[in-house]
Write a protein that binds this ligand. Structure first.
Ligand SMILES: Cc1cc2nc3c(=O)[nH]c(=O)nc-3n(C[C@H](O)[C@H](O)[C@H](O)COP(=O)(O)OP(=O)(O)OC[C@H]3O[C@@H](n4cnc5c(N)ncnc54)[C@H](O)[C@@H]3O)c2cc1C
Length: 458
């Protein structure tokens, strides 16, 4: 099969099994790129289905057994999935959402009647292990397709990168080759009305589906509503009203100059390539604001994927650089002025009004402002008796409450607060040589009273 330019270096075969010629259909397990367009996995699956004249099934198994499952995160995800289902079915392709207990068993079961399996690239441990186990146990070829980055992770670099500066150079040399649109293919066989013999969930309201799931419901639903069309609204709003001031104002927590795209990117509800191409076509100034945004969206976001892909301890204290671990250990016995428990942090019960506001923003909306995320995590280090415990608390709260949590960006962001992708600074107590942040620093740069007020009114 000829590999088209837009798929170049994005597809990997995870095993060496042969196509099952008796297989009735091709399955695309949409495990990350939850969208109908700008989705390399979906388009590749359609091409394969057209070449081998098989119907295509897009499959999304939902389970309440996942470690992080809660109503905030699932509501956002399901809104995205239901929109993707509708758009994919409008393209004549069957989409099945099924409630399952064991994803692996279900995929293996479905594969018995399948010709080949396509799935989305994973960067984190849980899905990487799951993909590997499935590829080993299954009897059909498994194609892993990488659609949620501008540059495929192994092409961007073949090792863990320690500084954004070096990584940026590599990325920018490759951008022209990889920033290309992917056109929707037309399926030759329409599968939308076929019976695949799978007991699908026919409810198409996310709240009703949530009622059928046994997940943590003691957390509020986020005001951010999932789905590609909402992602596009945020993108257009950002291009029209915020991008021209992004560099200067993005860090101000009392204002709203970020794109708010991270929850959508996290669930693959919009493609980063589509975001970049849309911005380049509509925002004509090639200025510092554009550079600054692309630096976050491409360099820092893809550096986070590089970090999680090559560092097996990405979500553990053990994964931070040696110099940072050494300096933090040397200062482990330093006296802390305040020490809080996980419960006190979780309930925003510290002495610090700014920290509490950041935590309240997280509790209320599921999205803390970027600058406050740094301050929030640095203070957890300062107010916990041991840096390893601080790392675990930050990961726990981030994964539980951020709609965009459980993401490489989250683990790299927390690890950054512990020295990853950063350099040693002037030594001081508790932090040693890792970068310190203070409330007076916040006050000198931003209108913090306005931020506290903004969060109070949420
Ligand atoms: C302690 C800590 C925890 C974090 N947890 C998460 C998390 O769980 N999920 C998450 O997506 N991001 C996380 N970040 C990174 C960053 O704060 C968010 O990506 C950003 O605030 C998302 O808002 P936005 O989409 O409006 O950002 P914008 O400023 O509009 O940026 C656009 C996109 O660029 C990417 N980006 C921006 N900043 C960063 C960054 N520092 N690192 C990597 N990518 C970046 C994101 O994909 C973002 O959506 C964390 C940062 C820190 C310091």
């Amino acid at each position: 099969m000829e590999i088209k330019k837009e798929f170049e270096n994005r597809i990997k075969v995870l095993n060496n099994k042969s196509f099952n010629n008796n297989g009735k259909y091709i399955v695309y397990w949409m495990n990350h790129s939850h969208r109908a367009y700008f989705n390399h996995s979906l388009e590749f699956a359609i091409e394969l289905a057209n070449i081998y004249q098989k119907p295509l099934l897009v499959y999304f198994p939902i389970t309440d057994k996942y470690r992080f499952s809660n109503v905030r995160y699932y509501k956002f995800m399901l809104d995205g999935i239901l929109e993707a289902k509708k758009s994919i079915e409008e393209r004549g392709i069957k989409f099945i959402l099924e409630k399952v207990d064991d994803i692996k068993q279900k995929i293996l079961e479905i594969s018995k009647s399948s010709f080949a399996l396509i799935l989305d690239k994973a960067y984190l441990r849980y899905y990487r292990n799951l993909h590997k186990k499935i590829a080993d146990e299954i009897d059909i070829p498994v194609f892993e397709v990488e659609s949620d980055v501008c540059i495929p992770v192994k092409i961007a670099s073949d090792k863990q990168e320690f500084y954004a500066f070096n990584f940026r150079k590599k990325i920018y040399n490759l951008l022209d080759r990889f920033l290309i649109p992917i056109e929707p293919r037309i399926p030759k066989i329409l599968s939308v009305n076929l019976d695949f013999g799978i007991k699908e969930l026919t409810i198409n309201n996310s709240l009703e589906i949530l009622n059928t799931l046994n997940i943590d419901k003691n957390i509020s639903i986020s005001p951010f509503v999932g789905g590609y069309s909402n992602a596009k609204k945020y993108l257009e709003d950002f291009i029209n009203k915020k991008l021209y001031k992004y560099k200067e104002l993005r860090s101000h927590p009392e204002l709203d100059y970020q794109s708010n795209l991270s929850p959508y990117l996290h669930f693959g509800q919009i493609s980063p390539i589509e975001i970049v191409l849309e911005i380049l076509s509509k925002y004509k100034q090639r200025d510092d604001n554009l550079e600054s945004f692309l630096n976050e969206l491409i360099v820092w976001r893809e550096l986070a994927r590089n970090f999680c892909y090559y560092n097996p301890s990405y979500n553990q204290y053990e994964g931070i650089p040696e110099w940072a671990k050494q300096t933090l250990e040397e200062h482990k016995k330093d006296k802390r002025e305040y020490i809080y428990t996980l419960e006190e942090f979780e309930k925003a019960k510290t002495h610090d009004e700014y920290w509490n506001s950041a935590q309240l923003e997280l509790l209320k909306t599921g999205k803390m402002h970027n600058y406050m995320r740094m301050y929030w995590c640095k203070k957890i280090i300062e107010w916990t008796k041991d840096p390893k415990e601080a790392f675990d608390i930050a990961c726990y709260l981030n994964d539980k409450y951020e709609v965009d949590g459980r993401d490489p960006n989250g683990y790299a962001g927390i690890s950054w607060c512990f020295g990853t992708h950063d350099r040693p600074w002037k030594e001081r107590k508790i932090f040693g040589k890792i970068r310190y942040m203070s409330s007076s620093g916040l006050e000198s740069k931003f209108d913090m009273k306005k931020y506290v007020e903004k969060v109070r009114n949420l």
